[in-house]
Design a binder for this molecule. Structure first.
Ligand SMILES: [Zn+2]
Length: 403
């Protein structure tokens, strides 16, 4: 699970246990490791992007009346309802995380100071450019919760552009082969679209992924469940040496895994199978990108979001060590009302209050409904907009659970 309760704020991000300290629930994106514990029986309002809200209702069956869609690239005052005025209001600015459909960062501002929670993200310079939602906050963030998935000097990989070129190159060297792309349930739709356009071929995808592609208005290159197409997206975990061996007994087939999980600067053939290639197309920031991002944000403190451990067999036990950013930290004296605790809290589930005890569970929870996942610009429930900022979120590219 990659979520936490931010101490002294009442804010839970990607954290789905209810206890007395949790007043607001925010969801950065819909990858599996960020929704552990979130089910259709959930009964509290959830703040997220409109894309995530739609997917959450469709895929997880969460009550649409609980979904609070926040427009990306905008700042919002939370909570806005009369019934919630007993709680101190705060402002949340929603920033495109350049990770997977609907993925966002949250910048919280309130009595607790200024907290930036990145969730999973892939850094790109325009995130901190002049005119970006973050621009006016650089050098002012008190606490930065950082996606440290690849926070290790070993984790240097190419841009997505370079990785895409690598994938195209592999496919072109296998003209007589069927091509499988191993992907997680959500993310990398843009990669598939660009690959299809470059090769001028249709790609078979699941109906769920087709739905996401249509909603995002990607180029019309996707076909739902067409096993006869040469290029097919398959579940990431289905690509095994044994499976590829079996396929090759019937027809020459290679699989490409676009992920940085297995490291390496360029695409390479798997040691386990001559039919599997891994290419470090990542939707998480590389180590140099993390360095650049933190150097621009200049927070007073950095807190890792992801626990240490092995990733794709690579030892990343040092990725929670944030001392690598110490030279970028802003020196500051804590204010008297500054929250005290530091570091991520993984609170245990305590006595779950009845929804009526939670200010966010009042009748204010029942606003207009979000529609089904389809191409339209709906007017979902929105919290009060504070001010307009530009641009309206970065362009989506894509990723997976820990890729
Ligand atoms: Zn993710």
């Amino acid at each position: 699970m990659n979520g936490c309760v931010i101490p002294g704020t009442g804010i839970a991000v990607d954290y789905w246990k209810v206890h007395t300290d949790t007043k607001y629930f925010f969801l950065t994106h819909l990858h599996g490791d960020h929704v552990v514990g979130l089910t259709s029986t959930w009964r509290y309002p959830i703040y997220c992007s409109s894309v995530t809200a739609e997917l959450l209702a469709e895929r997880y069956g969460v009550d649409r009346d609980l979904l609070r869609s926040l427009e990306v690239g905008q700042s919002h005052i939370v909570p806005p309802e009369q019934q919630q005025q007993c709680l101190p209001s705060m402002t949340v600015t929603v920033i495109d995380a350049n990770h997977c459909p609907g993925a966002v960062m949250f910048l919280f501002e309130g009595h607790f100071g200024k907290i930036l929670y990145t969730g999973d993200f892939r850094y790109k310079p325009c995130m901190v450019d002049r005119g970006s939602p973050l621009a006016s906050h650089l050098g002012k963030v008190d606490k930065l919760y950082l996606d440290n998935t690849y926070c290790s000097s070993k984790c240097v990989f190419p841009t997505r552009e370079e990785a895409l070129e690598e994938i195209v190159s592999i496919v072109r060297k296998h003209n007589d082969y069927d091509i499988l792309l191993g992907l997680r349930k959500l993310g990398k739709e843009e990669l598939v679209a660009r690959l299809a356009l470059t090769l001028n071929e249709w790609v078979s995808v699941s109906s769920e992924r087709l739905s996401v592609a249509m909603y995002r208005e990607l180029p019309d290159v996707f076909e739902a469940n067409q096993p006869n197409l040469r290029i097919r997206v398959v579940p990431f975990e289905s690509v095994t040496a044994k499976y590829m061996q079996k396929l090759n007994e019937a027809k020459p087939t290679i699989a490409i895994l676009p992920t940085a999980l297995f490291q390496g600067i360029a695409g390479r053939r798997s040691a386990k199978s001559p039919h599997i290639f891994t290419v470090p197309y990542s939707d998480h920031s590389s180590y140099p990108e993390l360095m650049e991002f933190v150097s621009k944000v200049r927070p007073a403190e950095v807190v890792p979001i992801v626990r240490a451990g092995k990733v794709g067999g690579v030892d990343l036990s040092n990725r929670t060590d944030m001392s690598c950013f110490s030279r970028f930290l802003r020196k500051t004296r804590p204010r008297p009302d500054q929250y005290e605790n530091t570091g991520t809290v993984q609170a245990d589930s305590a006595a779950s209050p009845h929804p009526a005890d939670n200010p966010l569970s009042s009748s204010a929870a029942h606003r207009t409904r979000n529609g089904p996942l389809k191409r339209r610009r709906s007017k979902p429930w929105q919290v009060q907009r504070k001010r307009k900022s530009c641009p309206k979120g970065a362009i989506y590219l894509s990723d997976d659970d820990g890729d």
